[in-house]
Design a protein. Structure first.
Ligand SMILES: Nc1ncnc2c1ncn2[C@@H]1O[C@H](COP(=O)(O)OP(=O)(O)O)[C@@H](O)[C@H]1O
Ligand SMILES: [Mg+2]
Lengths: 246, 265
């Protein structure tokens, strides 16, 4: 479904990606973990063409998206939904208008259909009855869930989640994780989940990739990751800071 | 030393043309989109309200007081040589050709241009523009096209309104405060004001609208680095559009004067 080859990106003087290789099979869930500021969000933005790499290739279903114009990328973006780290809700629209936005843009005009779909999505993300609220009056976790609803309402083939559970309480986090799994099982959606939360990574992922110093330092199944004896990975999983392994 | 100076100057020069290029590219992209993609009518009408309807107060006040003060000043000077009744002609021609379009454009740049760059800039720095793109919506179609079209429609109407109010205000000042004979005032005004004066004013309005909308939208789309960046973008949008209006006004006057010459013929 998605293939990344030798992707590099420098912003200003900072080398953020230094040759990322990644394969995501159709229908699987990949968790990308890594330190804060390590370039995970930057990597996700590349996958839908929101940022242009300095070099490398990104293949979405047999099409290299590098060098496509903004309008040509539209077709790719119909297939891939993305949940931004900060949710990126349209702050001039209500929750319902935000969630309905992708459908409206796809040409659905019937208010009854839209209302019904929005209610259904709000049910899914456990925010019943919040249709008329404005984004400014939502908590961080609620924004995340509205953003999630907006990115999956059009049922894309693939969804990229940028830290879907950070800032949520454990109960809601768990329900989001279950939702991601359900979308994979029922609809066969491919998912890439960027997360700090190891529990969530183990819960939802078929594979885990550890992004370290601009490269994929580790790629394997959650079990392989748990059994690793690599000190860098262990430090990360156990939440030890540098030099903590004395 | 000299080389460094030239390098610095060259850098400024290049940066200026790069900026100009970005504005022109945005304009080209917008016009292409206008002709090839479906218009979002709701957004367009919202912008008409935002630009046209909500600028009423500003435009009416600007027009009225400019017309009034201009009539008074003209009368003070002209009366000395016994030409007080020519005031109406001077007021109406200069409001049509210069004061109406320029002052309206400056007020609109301050009100509408600032709002556009602040709104788009905020969307940029809060990733809402990225969200639009990720949802397969082209930002130019969604944000710039409705604003540009609304501006092209609204500006000539606003300027026409400003001209009308200005002339009316001048008339009332003239006959009620300055004791000019109303009939002569009217007769002179109608005799010396031509359709081409009005056409010139409205053509300028259209051009100024285009300048303001693209300069402001470009600044918004290029905003970066949080609230400070948006603030800077907004200030620059207003300053740049105002300067562009004033500078282009000169060139428009000179070139339009060839097509629509001033004066009695
Ligand atoms: N638009 C940008 N402009 C400049 N630097 C950026 C931009 N986006 C990200 N960065 C930098 O790239 C690095 C990686 O950021 P990010 O991908 O957000 O990390 P994370 O892995 O926490 O998601 C950070 O050092 C950040 O400062
Ligand atoms: Mg991030």
């Amino acid at each position: 479904m998605l293939t990344v080859r030798d992707l590099t990106k420098t912003i200003g003087t900072q080398e953020i990606l230094r040759g990322v290789d990644l394969d995501v099979a159709r229908g699987e869930t990949l968790a990308i973990i890594g330190r804060s500021g390590g370039g995970k969000s930057v990597l996700l933005k590349h996958l839908v063409g929101l940022m242009e790499p300095d070099s490398g290739e990104i293949w979405v279903e047999d099409q290299n998206i590098i060098g496509l114009s903004e309008r040509q990328l539209g077709a790719i973006r119909q297939k891939i939904g993305i949940l931004f780290q900060g949710a990126a809700l349209f702050d001039s629209m209500t929750v319902a208008e935000n969630i309905a936005f992708p459908l409206r843009e796809a040409g659905e005009r019937d208010p009854k259909v839209l209302r019904e779909k929005v209610r259904e999505m709000l049910d899914v993300v456990e925010l019943e009855g919040q249709e008329e609220k404005m984004p400014v009056s939502l908590s961080g976790g609620m924004k995340k869930r509205v953003g999630l609803a907006r990115s999956i309402i059009r049922r894309p083939k693939c969804v990229l989640y940028d830290e879907p559970t950070s800032g949520l309480d454990p109960v809601v986090s768990d329900s989001i994780n279950r939702l991601i799994r359900r979308l994979q099982e029922r609809l066969g959606m491919t998912s890439i989940v960027v997360t700090h939360d190891m529990k969530s990574a183990f819960d939802v992922a078929n594979h885990v990739a550890y992004l370290h110093e601009g490269r994929i330092y580790f790629y394997g199944t959650p079990n392989q990751l748990q059994q690793t004896s690599n000190p860098i990975l262990q430090d990360f999983m156990l939440g030890r800071s540098d030099g903590g392994g004395d | 030393m000299i080389t460094r100076l030239f390098n610095a100057l060259g850098g400024i020069f290049v940066a200026f043309f790069q900026y100009l290029g970005e504005v022109v590219l945005l304009a080209a992209d917008t016009f292409r989109s206008i002709f090839t993609h479906k218009l979002r009518w709701k957004l367009f009408l919202n912008q008409i309200v935002e630009i046209g309807l909500l600028s009423q107060l500003v435009v009416v006040v600007t027009g009225a007081f400019t017309g009034a003060v201009f009539a008074a000043q003209t009368f003070f000077q002209f009366n000395k040589i016994g030409m007080g009744s020519a005031t109406g002609a001077v007021v109406s021609v200069s409001i049509c050709r210069e004061l109406g379009p320029v002052l309206t454009a400056l007020m609109v740049a301050g009100r509408v241009g600032a709002a556009m760059s602040a709104e788009i800039g905020t969307m940029k720095v809060t990733e809402q523009i990225d969200a639009l793109r990720a949802l397969a919506v082209y930002p130019t179609d969604y944000l710039v096209v409705p604003r540009a079209l609304a501006m092209m429609v609204s500006m000539p109407l606003l300027v026409a309104e400003c001209i009308a109010v200005g002339i009316a205000a001048g008339y009332f000042i003239a006959i009620f405060l300055l004791d000019i004979n109303g009939t002569y005032y009217m007769a002179n005004m109608v005799r010396w004001t031509r359709n081409r004066d009005i056409i010139m004013g409205l053509s300028k309005a259209f051009c100024f609208g285009i300048l303001i909308v693209f300069i402001s939208c470009q600044k918004g789309l290029a905003a970066r680095e949080g609230a400070v960046g948006v603030g800077r973008a907004t200030t620059e949008a207003v300053v740049n559009s105002s300067l562009a209006v004033l500078i282009c006004n000169f060139f428009l006057t000179m070139s339009l004067n060839i097509i629509y010459p001033a004066g009695y013929q």
